[in-house]
Design a protein around this ligand. Structure first.
Ligand SMILES: Nc1ncnc2c1ncn2[C@@H]1O[C@H](COP(=O)(O)OP(=O)(O)OP(=O)(O)O)[C@@H](O)[C@H]1O
Length: 258
């Protein structure tokens, strides 16, 4: 379970961009975070894995308070938080297998990693996951030779190789064409169920959020102003979340999303 309580984040001496935020995610649910540009979606995700330092408040993942961890304990906690990125964040000149195994860094010795001496069990697990997402045939192909959708599948497998307790996805489909984007969202939803993993997705595309996630959290100006089932996201709720922002920001036509 992820339990965020009274979370505040200010960058430098600026006004808070997250304002006393509370959010609890239980079980294997797939939760999307929507909201206009600048609402604080990425900041929230980054506070959870401490890429951004929270100013105050509490973030507890399965009993571990994350906000005050340092050094080795922080690295250990980060291993339990899988991250999927908009730009995939792969190492282009490395093979798919090498990229995927980088999810095990921190579990194996640096020497083994440098020598690419991956434990047998890690190789077996990598193939199992790569088969599951349809990229096993590319195990020895350089990452830069893959399509966007295939690259994101590598990103997903790398995150899963960490044996995470939660998966965070920061606009995972924003660089993909619409069809591939739907495939990746479907994959994240299915994997959440199969692996009993909670998934938190920062996403601009409201249509996809409604179609592929169990719960939608709407942010505005650093606050959560909507938190409900996708079916409850009606025109009025959309207006509250997005009023005053450019139409393009809603990631799709309002009629499509309703
Ligand atoms: N490193 C930073 N330093 C200072 N201000 C920042 C930094 N990162 C984000 N901000 C500010 O924090 C606010 C929230 O940004 P954030 O990126 O979390 O929003 P977002 O909802 O993810 O937006 P988008 O959908 O455009 O990615 C914005 O006003 C942004 O300018």
């Amino acid at each position: 379970m992820l339990k965020i309580t009274d979370l505040v984040k200010s960058y430098g001496s600026g006004a808070p961009v997250l304002k006393n935020l509370d959010l609890t995610i239980e079980g294997e649910s797939v939760v999307s975070i929507i909201g206009s540009s600048g609402a604080g979606k990425s900041t929230l995700l980054r506070c959870i894995n401490r890429l951004v330092e929270p100013t105050s408040g509490s973030i507890v993942l399965n009993g571990t308070e994350l906000t005050n961890l340092r050094g080795r304990q922080l690295r250990a906690a980060r291993r339990k938080i899988g991250m999927v990125f908009q730009g995939f964040n792969l190492v282009d000149r490395l093979t798919v297998m090498e990229n995927v195994q980088s999810g095990r860094l921190g579990y194996i010795s640096t020497w083994a990693a440098i020598m690419r001496r991956y434990p047998k069990e890690d190789i077996r697990r990598a193939y199992e996951l790569m088969e599951r997402v349809g990229i096993a045939q590319y195990a020895n192909t350089r990452a830069d030779q893959l399509s966007g959708g295939e690259r994101q599948r590598v990103g997903v497998v790398r995150a899963l190789m960490q044996d995470p307790e939660i998966l965070l996805a920061d606009e995972p489909t924003a660089s993909l064409d619409p069809k591939t984007s739907e495939q990746i969202m479907g994959l994240l939803r299915d994997l959440a169920g199969e692996l009993k993993l909670p998934v938190l997705i920062n996403i601009h595309n409201v249509t996809e959020a409604k179609k592929y996630t169990d719960r939608i959290v709407g942010m505005r100006f650093g606050r959560i102003i909507f938190d409900d089932l996708p079916g409850a996201l009606d025109e009025e709720a959309m207006e509250r979340i997005y009023s005053g922002s450019p139409h393009a920001d809603r990631g799709g036509d309002l009629r499509e999303a309703s």
